[in-house]
Design a binder for this molecule. Sequence first.
Ligand SMILES: Cc1ncc(COP(=O)(O)O)c(C=O)c1O
Length: 431
Amino acid sequence: MTINNRRYKQSHILWEKANSLLLNGVSTFSKSPLYITLGACPIFAERAKGAYFWDCDGNRYIDYPLALGPIILGYAYDEVDSAVKRQMSRGFLYSLSNRLELELSEILCDIIPSAEKVKILKTGSEAMSAAVRVARAYTGREIVAVCGYHGWHDWTITRTVRDAGIPAALKKLIFEFKYNDLNSLERIFSQNKGKVAAVILEPVGMYAPKDNFLSKIAKLARKNQALLIFDEVITGFRLSLGGAQSYFSVMPDLSVFGKAMANGYPISVLVGKKEIMNAVENKVFISSTFGGDLLSITASIKTIEILRKRKVNDYILALGQRLKNGLNEAIARYKIDAKCEGLPHKTFLVFKDMRGVSGKMIETLFRQECLLNGVFLGYGHFVSFSHTKKDVDYTIGIASQVFSIIRQALDRGDLPSLLQGKLAVDVFKRY
Ligand SMILES: Cc1ncc(COP(=O)(O)O)c(C=O)c1O
């Protein structure tokens, strides 16, 4: 047994069990150790508070994936959890609707520029599917032009290599364009004249929009009578309270929010213009038993109240920028061919091949060493309201030490020998 296997002993015992009990060994793909570095990473978390979590072996980490984005205030945030507990004692899922559904919808229509009518659901995937259905119903068209990840449902996963079980006919209804490449969208319109129901994208992914890309895309969609759908599952409540549409002043027709809107309680929403929502109201069926779950709705109302009152967006954007700057300075100091990309609401480390060593291998070693020092950076980095400058500066310090280890290993030519786990693989590849 290697040193790391000792550090992650309980995780590995549970991982064996998970593989015999869970499809893929995990409920959430991105939490699989295969995508981190199996053998040199924790696999099971036991508890979390503020900016930290503890794995099942008792190791503590400063956490940056933040449950893949939902945790915006911090784990086990007392004010939110107390409000949820109060609601719990009154029951939280009734046989009728409840006034809190209206209260949350009013708040959302107040803070999200394009929101005039709301559908409350549970997951981002579900709400994105609802958005696509509304767009098809409204336009009477079937083709969608899409860019980026939008959850696991048939209409979108058909574009990936994990497309088994999805009717082949759906493949013909989806066309992919490239972010910041208007021509790639123009081509889809010209090849499918009068057939495109919607243009769907995350307003910001790894890169910022260039050259007014978002306004241009909005104009192009309008010109072709297609709806513009913003997937704000990540940008929502982080980039600004009203999402990227508010940050960049570009109005989509429909948009979807989820993840951070309730500090981890499961909820998503489809919001859109009244004219569109009213036109399809009697034609589409979108309904969920758990849509009116008042624990998540209460959590969302309380979370948004805190986000507004304490100017949380300003705080997390400033801290995210500090992390990005610090990582990029350390990268430059040790001359690593890597870059911390992204707007400060979510940043990403991108490693390139160096001296015959793959970027993936360098990234795997980076993760291994950061984890050994209690820093869980993951693939995308968020910060929460509970992260402090001290946490971020500690992280930058550890990352610097690791970049120095990488530099020396590259110079010696023995980097692969330092890996104690398996090479990280991508969650999935698109065609
Ligand atoms: C941009 C984006 N859209 C949609 C989804 C799907 O959300 P969920 O996992 O809640 O279904 C995700 C999840 O990571 C996402 O990042």
